[in-house]
Every structure is written in C-alpha cells, then in structure tokens.
Design a protein around this ligand. Structure first.
Ligand code: ZN
Length: 509
C-alpha cells in the first residue's frame, strides 16, 4: 500500500483552511496483495478485541458454542429477512411475551449467570408475588395520597391520620378487578409504552410512584423478610448465585408500633440472607450498597454517610459501600460534593450511578467524577463513549460498567438496543457486567431478559459462548467480594457451568 499525503492550502478571507487529504493508492492488483486476507485480518483483530473473545474454550465448550451460534443465527437470520420479527430491537414491553418463547432466551435462562450486581431491592420482587402473597395478608390497607396509591400494614387505621386508609379487602369487594388495577400501580409495563410515556419525564414520574406505592408495605418487618427472601429466590431460580442489592435503611415496623433502627434493620436483612443460604447452600451471598437519594440536603447526606461508616464497621462483610440514586438531572452532581465524598473513601467503596443520561457536557460529567473518585464500578455509564479520555482512565483503573439494557430502553435513553453506546466500548474490550436494575418495574424476573437483549442486540452474530462466559465471570470478578470469596464463588459457578455445557450438548443436537 502506498500513501501519498498532499497538503492543499486555501484562503477564504482571512481564514486559512488546510486540507489534509489522504490519497491511498492500493496496489491491489499486485500478486502479493490478497484483499480477502486483509479483510479477514481486520475482522479477526476486531473479534479478538471484543470482550470475552480471548477466552480459551474446552472441546465441549466449542461444541456448545456451535450450538448456541446456530440458535443465535437462526433468530438473527429471521430478523435480517424481516426486521419486525427481531425481538431484541423492539420495545421490551411489546416483545417480552415473544422473547419468553424464543429458543435463545430459553438457553440463556439455563446459563449460570454468576452475580446480579445492580438491583434495587425495592423493585426486585415480581408484582405477581406481591399481589398474591403480600397484599392478601391481614391488616393491609391502601389509600390515595396526592395521586399515589399507598399500601401499608396497620393494626388500627383510625390511629393513623396521615391518609384515608381503607382495607384492601374492601377495595376488592367494591371492584372485582382491583388486583389487576393494583398490579398496574406496581409495574411500568403497558401495552403502548410510547403513547403512555411520551417523554423520559413521564416515564420517570410513573417509575417514582411505583416505589412510593410499595415502600410502607415493605417496611412492615414480617413482609420485609418475605420480600427479601423472595427476591433472592427469584434471582436464584434464574441461576444467579450472588447479588449486590441497592437500597436504604428502611424503618421496619411492627403492628404494635415498634420501629427498628438501622442496626436492627441490618441484622434482620442479614438473618434473612443467612436463612436463604442455609436452604440453598450454593447461593454465595449478598452485599448491601447503601443508596442515598441525590436530592438530599448536604446535612442529611453527611448524617447517612456517618451512620453507614459505623454500620460498615459492624457488618464489614455485608456493607459493600454506597451510591447516589435518583435521576441525575435532579439533585447533586458528584463534582458538587466530591470533597465531602472523598472524606469517606477510606472506609466506604463507591458504586456510583453515573452518566445515565443522553445529555452531553451536562449530567454525563458525573462519569468523570465517578472515575476520579475511584468508583468500584459505574452504574449505566451510558454517556461514557462521549468521553474518550475518561474511558481510557476507567479502563486503566479496571472499572467495570453495570450495563442495564432494558432499563436504558424503558427509561427512554435509547429506543433500539442495537444502537446502545456501550457496544463500541465492548468492542474495545471494556469490561461490563449485565444487570437488571429494577426487574419488577419491567415485569421481569432475574437477569435472563437483560442477558438476552445484550446478547442478541449488542454482540455480533459471531459472538457466542465466550461473551456469555465473560458476562458471568465479570459478575464475580468485579463484585465487592474479597479475593478468596471470589475464588470460592468461581468454583461453585464453574461446576454449574460444566453442567450447563453438558446440558446444551445433550439437548440441542
Ligand atoms: Zn439503578
């Protein structure tokens, strides 16, 4: 290849324009030049850069890879012929039922996925379970408070004048479809999402109401225990063996008026996790990421961080660190409070949501601060590709992005996940871990739906089992566990992984 670089200079008024024009003269006709070979070299180099593709597979994994690629390509080929059949590019609410019938999805469901590292526990239990197993319990009341339907357990509603409480059984007597209506208060899932939620503002408004509806109900201590246990059950049933849950200290209460403090809350949480682990010994465990609403006053923020520092000392293996949550357009940006945050960095690790936005030069700048503050991972990092210097720095610091494709679509950062900005970074080998964010709000259980969308819409048609294996490994390697715990978790995971490989070879000939 011969490259000539002439440099023409033009003058327009007082402005000098320099054109650097590359004239490339390929000696394509020469015998030594093989066009296809050059093309294949580029493809191979790109393939090797994509995350997971440097993993070396066993013979059985190679066989499973062929099977998985065949299934993946069958679905893709249908999409190439008729784009309307391609499920991973459609709005998730419209595609969900069809995804559940997809062969690829059903394979993904069986994959041992390792950990779920970005799940908000208040939206971690399916609405069906809540309706059937929590809202039919005794002493549950509901009421409309400023346009939000609130749920709460009360011994005697007349003692609580904060709202005009009415028993749910009375609501049900008046309206035989009450449970269907209540379900809609607990999820975002609707038939026509683009009409129901025309803007990000409108979808966030409904999203916040969901949390508000559930909050008091889940604070009832017996329900909190059932709730967390079920959350772990739903993850575990989707072949997840570890999770890091984001939330706040909830003021758990009893019907007699007793309120548990944050230390007691932690103990109740940990005991529930231990009970689950006892019943399912290959479930590795849970870490807690304290999540503070970014709209809090500095005073309250400081109080919470002080309290969390104390709790971290009391429960060092449970408390991983903290995060700031809520829409990044609302409340403090990280730069504004970086000095305050730095003071806590000795005792607490950071797991910041950052760059969950479409803006450029605005709230996306949280990513810069998340990286400078040594956040252990970045939640979403949706705007990361706009910041090449920060991306390089994040990669050097080995900071992983928690990629939540369904959340990003439902909350209107992107309509078609094939255009997701993290694809370009994954193509450069940037580490990601697939997360579900708020599964119950999307009407899902576990991680499989996000894995499906990521695998089908965000990886190449030639990316098979290596990328799936890397997703799972990343969820352990980039977790908050200590090194020896990670090793133990990988050993448990590997056993299930081998079983999965055997299953695929046996059942998909
Ligand atoms: Zn989140």
């Amino acid at each position: 290849m011969i490259v000539d670089i002439p440099v023409p200079v033009f003058r327009i008024g007082s402005i000098i324009v320099i054109f650097v024009q590359l004239t490339v003269s390929y000696t394509m006709s020469s015998e030594s030049y093989n066009y296809t070979e050059e093309r294949n070299k580029i493809l191979q180099e790109e393939r090797m850069k994509f995350i997971g593709n440097d993993l070396i597979l066993t013979d059985n994994e190679m066989k499973a890879n062929e099977i998985i690629l065949k299934v993946k390509k069958t679905e893709l080929n249908e999409g190439y012929d008729n784009e309307s059949t391609f499920l991973a590019s459609q709005h998730f609410f419209k595609a969900k039922n069809k995804i559940e019938r997809s062969e690829m999805f059903n394979i993904i469901k069986k994959i041992p996925k390792g950990g779920s590292l970005h799940t908000h526990y208040l939206s971690g239990v399916s609405a069906d379970f809540i309706i059937n197993n929590i809202t039919h319990r005794k002493n549950i009341y509901g009421c409309d408070l400023n346009g939000v339907f609130k749920l709460r357990f009360l011994e005697d509603a007349t003692n609580d004048t904060t709202c005009n409480w009415k028993k749910l059984e009375d609501y049900r007597k008046e309206n035989s479809n009450f449970d269907d209506w209540l379900r809609k208060q607990l999820i975002l899932d609707v038939e026509n999402p683009y009409e129901e939620y025309p803007t990000a503002d409108s979808v966030w408004a409904k999203f916040k109401k969901i949390f508000s509806t559930q909050y008091d109900m889940v604070c009832y201590k017996p329900v909190f225990e059932i709730f967390i246990y079920q959350l772990l059950n739903e993850l575990y049933s989707d072949n997840v063996i570890y999770t890091e849950l984001r939330g706040t200290f909830m003021p758990l209460y009893e019907l007699n008026g007793k309120i548990y403090n944050s230390k007691e809350f932690m103990k109740i949480f940990i005991n529930t996790v231990e009970r689950f682990k006892k019943n399912f010994p290959d479930f590795v465990g849970v870490r807690y990421i304290h999540s503070i609403y970014r709209g809090l006053t500095i005073e309250n923020l400081t109080l919470q961080l002080d309290e969390l520092t104390k709790l971290k000392k009391l429960f060092p293996n449970f408390v991983a660190g903290f995060d700031l949550i809520g829409r990044e357009e609302e409340g403090h940006c990280l730069f504004e409070i970086h000095q305050l945050l730095s003071k806590y960095s000795e005792n607490l690790k950071f797991y910041f949501h950052a760059g969950e936005t479409n803006w450029f030069g605005h709230t996306d700048l949280n990513i810069i601060d998340a990286v400078l503050l040594n956040s252990s991972r970045i939640g979403h990092g949706f705007g990361l590709n706009k910041h090449p210097v920060v991306t390089r720095l994040a990669k050097d610091k080995n900071i992983c992005v928690e990629l939540c494709p369904i959340s990003n679509q439902v909350l209107m950062l992107i309509s078609d996940p094939r255009n997701h900005p993290m694809i370009g970074l994954m193509a450069e080998g940037f580490p990601v871990v697939i997360c579900n964010d708020d599964p119950s709000a999307w009407g899902t259980i576990g991680l499989s739906y996000d894995w499906y969308v990521a695998f089908m819409a965000m990886t190449s048609e030639n990316d098979g089992i290596r990328v799936l294996k890397q997703f799972a490994l990343n969820s352990i390697l980039y977790s908050a566990m200590e090194d020896e715990e990670k090793e133990a978790a990988v050993r448990i995971w590997e056993k299930s992984w081998q079983e999965f490989i055997d299953y695929i070879i046996l059942h998909h000939k």
